[in-house]
Design a binder for this molecule. Structure first.
Ligand SMILES: Cc1cc2nc3c(=O)[nH]c(=O)nc-3n(C[C@H](O)[C@H](O)[C@H](O)COP(=O)(O)OP(=O)(O)OC[C@H]3O[C@@H](n4cnc5c(N)ncnc54)[C@H](O)[C@@H]3O)c2cc1C
Length: 484
């Protein structure tokens, strides 16, 4: 009997420990969190028996370019993280070439074909049948062209690998899934996959099985792994071998031991909605790379999106002067001003906050104006919207603080940009514009308008950890305009 530590109590770690135990080894699992808390909790729950070919990186330059610029939801590229990911991406690209794929596919297909039988044995032994559905999932398409291409691809796979499916049109799909309210072109029903109603619970059921068979799960930090005699020591345990099953964290630990494992960081996100949403089985919305999975406790919406890197900072900066007066108001002009100055900030914050929350924090920065702190001499609607942005900042700062998202707003005074004349010249009256400009300059103690770089530096500070204790602040960058 060999003593082995498995590092990581996700689906991979716990299943590996069970397999090693089955082969007669004495196993201990080390994890800093309880089993099934991370990626193995937040997924779409599909045991993808139909995925007999690996997801290859497209090798066509045009497709790559479209993906890089966010053409579809499937991939969002974070350019800043690209340099660090290049070696792994290059290895992925090389392995995705047709000749490399031809070599990989048989091995991959063999592994995938073992997934359901291997899970079936564990599910039965762990008493987890209530978590499993055995009726496949829908791959839904919104357009006839998309559906036709998907059917062709499914037929190719069936011919090559015998992967079963049934194609249905929009009417048949609507009858089968009345909960899908939008009319769709149709769907592929992948009939062989099993799906899980609570992926985290399944890992925990497997972990209980492992412990029931004599295994131990100990809390600890895998980075404490060090060589000890002929074996290893980790989290106070002495073992002969260690298995690294830390999911996306694996390459970081392996690097400290001198192994360079090229792993492209793929990330997805999920949201959970309570209640019965009327779906009988998971639905992949192929046009949007989103999976809707009915779970034990409601509906899970998971992105199939793969993100490289994340969003740490949002600077919502859009703005226009808006109407000069509230008299004879052009409602279209008014709505545009409110939309760009205020609504855009609200929407951007809502969209980005969920990514920051998932990543453990971030910095939201808005640009308002000194006109968001005192009434503007020239632009009442602009002033109203910017007061709104300041209020939004102070509210979100409190709301998002537990998620370690800081929220601040920069309030520039007059800055030398093409927008400045738009504020002072509110009519064709040149004398009036000159008078406005004179009044404005006279109100600035430093006696000059600001430079754009002076705003950029404030943004840089708020984005960086140098301002780590600053949140809910409306920061004037105004040459002393508000000091009067
Ligand atoms: C949105 C989304 C949807 C998905 N849908 C599907 C799907 O439908 N079907 C499918 O097959 N796959 C799906 N996946 C992929 C699947 O979830 C992962 O491949 C799988 O969960 C990886 O399991 P793991 O055990 O390798 O990693 P994890 O579950 O992330 O486990 C790694 C463990 O390592 C621990 N750890 C990390 N660092 C340390 C440390 N220093 N010390 C101690 N412990 C540490 C963590 O706490 C964690 O418990 C999806 C993924 C996402 C994000």
């Amino acid at each position: 009997m060999t003593r082995i530590a498995v590092l990581g109590a996700g689906m991979v770690g716990v299943s590996t420990a069970l397999a090693l135990q089955d082969h007669g080894h004495d196993c201990v699992i080390v994890d800093r969190s309880p089993p099934g808390s991370e990626t193995s909790h937040g997924n779409a729950g599909i045991i993808q028996a139909e995925a007999v070919e690996p997801y290859a990186l497209p090798t066509s330059p045009l497709t790559l370019l479209r993906m890089a610029f966010g053409w579809r939801n499937a991939v969002e590229l974070d350019w800043a993280s690209l340099p660090g990911q290049l070696p792994a991406l290059h290895a992925y690209w090389r392995s995705s070439r047709p000749d490399a794929l031809r070599r990989v596919i048989p091995v991959w297909r063999q592994l995938v074909s073992e997934a359901i039988p291997a899970h079936a044995a564990l599910i039965a032994a762990a008493g987890a049948d209530h978590l499993i559905r055995k009726d496949g999932y829908w791959e839904v398409h919104g357009t006839d062209a998309g559906l036709a291409a998907a059917v062709l691809e499914a037929e190719r796979r069936k011919g090559l690998h015998g992967t079963d499916f049934a194609a249905v049109d929009g009417a048949a799909l609507a009858r089968a899934e009345p909960g899908l309210r939008t009319a769709m072109a149709g769907a592929i029903h992948w009939t062989t996959p099993w799906t899980c109603r609570a992926p985290g619970d399944l890992v925990r059921a497997y972990a209980a099985l492992f412990e029931g068979r004599g295994g131990r799960i100990v809390p600890g930090d895998a980075t404490s792994l060090e060589r000890s005699g002929g074996g290893w020591r980790v989290a106070g345990e002495r073992v002969e071998h260690a298995v690294v099953a830390l999911g996306p964290w694996s390459p970081d630990l392996l690097k400290t031991l001198g192994y360079q494992v090229p792993m492209v960081r793929k990330r997805g996100y999920h949201r959970h909605y309570d209640g019965n949403h009327g779906l009988s089985r998971p639905v992949l919305l192929a046009d949007h790379s989103v999976v809707l999975s009915p779970m034990l406790t409601g509906l899970r919406v998971a992105t199939a999106a793969e993100r490289l890197g994340g969003i740490d900072v949002l600077w919502a900066h859009a703005g226009i002067p808006g109407p000069a007066s509230v008299e004879n108001l052009d409602l279209g002009e008014y709505e545009l001003a409110i939309g760009l100055n205020l609504t855009s900030a609200v929407i951007a914050a809502g969209e980005v906050a969920k990514h920051m929350r998932a990543a453990g924090g971030g910095s939201l920065i808005f640009t308002a104006s000194v006109s968001g702190l005192v009434g503007s001499m020239f632009s009442p609607v602009y002033s109203a919207a910017k007061f709104g942005v300041v209020g939004l900042t102070k509210s979100l700062a409190q709301r998002f603080a537990p998620d370690r998202i800081r929220v601040n707003v920069i309030c520039p005074g007059p800055i030398d940009t093409p927008m400045l004349p738009g504020f002072v010249a509110r009519s064709d009256d040149k004398a009036q514009a000159a008078e406005n400009e004179r009044k404005l300059l006279a109100a600035i103690p430093l006696g000059r308008v600001g430079r754009p770089s002076e705003i950029a530096h404030a943004g840089l500070w708020l984005a960086s950890d140098d301002s780590s204790y600053v949140t809910g602040v409306a920061l004037p960058v105004d040459g002393g305009y508000l000091a009067r």
